[in-house]
Design a binder for this molecule. Structure first.
Ligand code: 2P0
Length: 324
């Protein structure tokens, strides 16, 4: 009873920010992402008789108690679905550099869901798999699919309609996503805690919710018509709006460092020089810069000239779940 799956991580174009149900990981708003080709998790799950408890090995090391508990609690959901009480050995190889500021939880829980469900012969549809992955980490539901993906927030209390679907396959529109690393310090507030505080205390959160459907619609249209500038404009504005909600929280907080601002300014400079290039920022200091493949080299070089930029990794749209 063993299976192995690979999932790529994803970067949100229109952000998931806030939960309406903490336990089921149901979001307040829909989101749109690109699954990337460079950062991934490969996970093998083997359910065994005579195993006293679950074991989780991450990058060849026995996991910490906290990491293990998240994974074992998630496996409980899958065990309940399949009616088994067997324990499992989970072996994960994580190729998501934490310094890159990508949530390894997206690829991590997507790969774990797929491998565990297959090991137990659950035969879930992609939608069911997406709903399952969501219960490990919200953004994981988007990593089931490749390319351009939308996570519908859903309306149901049980979350069955809060799943992702593909808007456009990865091989239908190639754009460049440059991951720009500027962070010199670990972030103090996790995205889970940050979104919760924002929902509960920020007066700007209402403004976020009021405009999200328009942002989603613009992004959807831009992706379907492959209109890069239209996509870039809404992506950049949506990221800034998400960060603005945090400034209104009590107590207020922000993820930016001085290098974050330097990159934002450089992107604006490049745009003034006539290159269509846009940025987005998640719950961290690093910046992701979007441009067309023909401008990739120029943009890469311009970013590397900045004193606070430590590394730039260029990604492109990648595949959804694969089984190994
Ligand atoms: C996103 N982020 O859409 C947003 C944008 C961060 C900023 O999804 O609590 O690790 O596990 O559901 O998915 C990061 O949060 O949070 C995230 P949980 P998750 O990508």
């Amino acid at each position: 009873m063993k299976a192995t799956a690979k999932a790529n991580t994803n970067i949100a174009l229109i952000k998931y920010w806030g939960k309406r149900d903490e336990k089921l990981f149901l979001p307040m708003n829909g989101s749109i992402s690109i699954t990337l080709d460079r950062f991934y998790t490969i996970t093998a799950v083997e359910f065994k008789r005579d195993l006293q408890k679950d074991v989780f090995l991450l990058n060849n090391q026995l996991s910490s108690e906290a990491e293990g508990q998240k994974v074992f609690r998630f496996l409980d959901i899958i065990r309940e679905l399949s009616g088994t009480d067997l324990n499992a050995v989970i072996t994960s190889e994580n190729r998501v550099p934490t310094a890159a500021g990508f949530a390894s939880s997206a690829s991590g829980f997507a790969a774990l869901s797929a491998a565990a469900a297959k090991a137990l012969n659950l035969e879930l549809s992609e939608k069911e798999l997406s709903a399952l992955a969501r219960r490990g980490s919200g953004s994981a539901c988007r990593s089931i699919y490749g390319g351009y993906v939308e996570w519908q927030k859903g309306e149901r209390a049980d979350g069955k309609d809060s799943v992702a679907h593909q808007l456009l396959p990865e091989d239908r529109w190639n754009i460049s996503i440059l991951s720009v690393m500027v962070a010199s310090k670990q972030k103090k507030i996790s995205s889970r805690e940050g979104m919760k505080r924002t929902v509960e205390t920020s007066p700007f959160y209402t403004g976020w919710l009021q405009t999200i459907d328009t942002d989603l619609q613009k992004a959807r249209e831009a992706i379907i018509s492959k209109d890069f500038e239209k996509l870039g404009r809404v992506v950049e504005a949506n990221a800034l709006k998400m960060h603005a909600t945090m400034l209104g929280a009590t107590p207020p907080f922000f993820y930016w460092q001085s290098g974050t601002m330097e990159v934002m300014e450089q992107v604006q400079n490049l745009r003034e020089d006539g290159i269509p290039v846009y940025f987005t920022i998640d719950a961290g200091a690093n910046v992701k810069v979007l441009c067309l493949p023909e401008d990739e080299q120029k943009v890469y070089e311009a970013l590397l000239t900045l004193p606070s930029v430590k590394e730039v990794i260029t990604c492109h749209p990648g595949a959804g779940i694969t089984y190994l």
